[in-house]
Design a protein around this ligand. Structure first.
Ligand SMILES: Cc1cc2nc3c(=O)[nH]c(=O)nc-3n(C[C@H](O)[C@H](O)[C@H](O)COP(=O)(O)O)c2cc1C
Length: 232
């Protein structure tokens, strides 16, 4: 796995043989893990696979407006506890603890150093595509989706992209929104300088590891007839 190369040879990937049973079993097995076994550590190879799966996730306009902090420092995890009311089990017991950052408005504005980096260095778009982006992306951001209206609308949009990358494998996980973003940003961004608060906000967090116990109850979900409507 070459995780440093900008170009990933994907176009000739054979169509996977998707086994429906395996997919449904993976979704039935997964649950928002509330108690992690602190002795069970995810191997470097498996965690790298999770990160690579995240990297391959789609993002709107291919902007990849996210960044991941993998917080393995025990002291910092301890300091995060008071501001992460829903995240304590993950902070204390999970093998790996991840904070998903999302880019702020300036970065996702057309022509910013970040947007230019994505288009020119990463996607290496030819000049005519760059000009096309200039029109379409600006119209999208300013007039249609209005994501550039405020810092809040911009971070909401970039956070949506960050949520998509939360992948699941046989590894247990718990997505986490149970934290105070302002306090957590002060701690991680301003006190520990783990990210530049001018460019990033915290989107969501997640704990990864292995369950210390089986789920206490079966899942409850709305029936599909309530959540899906077919328009034929
Ligand atoms: C975006 C998001 C944020 C969540 N935040 C938390 C959290 O802070 N703490 C927690 O214990 N569970 C959290 N959960 C887990 C949900 O409570 C859980 O997924 C839901 O109750 C369904 O249970 P299941 O995932 O075990 O099937 C979160 C889930 C999502 C998708």
């Amino acid at each position: 796995m070459n995780t440093e190369s900008i170009t990933i040879p994907t176009k000739d990937t054979p169509k996977p043989h998707n086994d429906k049973k395996v997919l449904l079993e993976a979704m039935k097995y997964r649950y928002a893990t509330k108690k992690f076994d602190p002795e069970k550590i995810i191997s470097d190879e498996d965690f790298e696979t999770l990160l690579e799966a995240a990297r391959l996730s789609p993002t709107s306009f291919g902007m990849e407006p996210w960044k991941i902090l993998v917080i393995q420092n025990r002291k910092i995890r301890e300091e995060m506890m008071p501001y992460g009311w829903g995240a304590r089990a993950g902070l204390s017991g999970a093998s790996h603890f991840v904070v998903f950052l999302a880019n702020k408005r300036e970065d996702i504005t057309f022509g910013s150093p970040y947007a230019d980096h994505m288009l020119k260095d990463i996607h290496q778009v030819p000049p005519e595509v760059y000009d096309f982006y200039s029109q379409v992306y600006t119209r999208f951001g300013k007039e249609e989706m209005k994501i550039l209206d405020s810092e809040r609308t911009a971070l909401d949009w970039t956070s949506k992209q960050a949520y998509i990358v939360m992948a699941y494998m046989g590894i247990d996980s718990c997505p986490l929104e149970g934290f105070n973003p302002a306090d957590m940003t002060r701690l991680l961004g301003e006190e520990h300088h783990l990210f530049d608060t001018r460019h990033y906000g915290i989107a969501v967090m997640a704990a990864f590891g292995y369950r210390a116990e089986t789920p206490h109850r079966d899942k409850s979900r709305k029936p599909l007839s309530e959540s899906v409507e077919w328009v034929r």
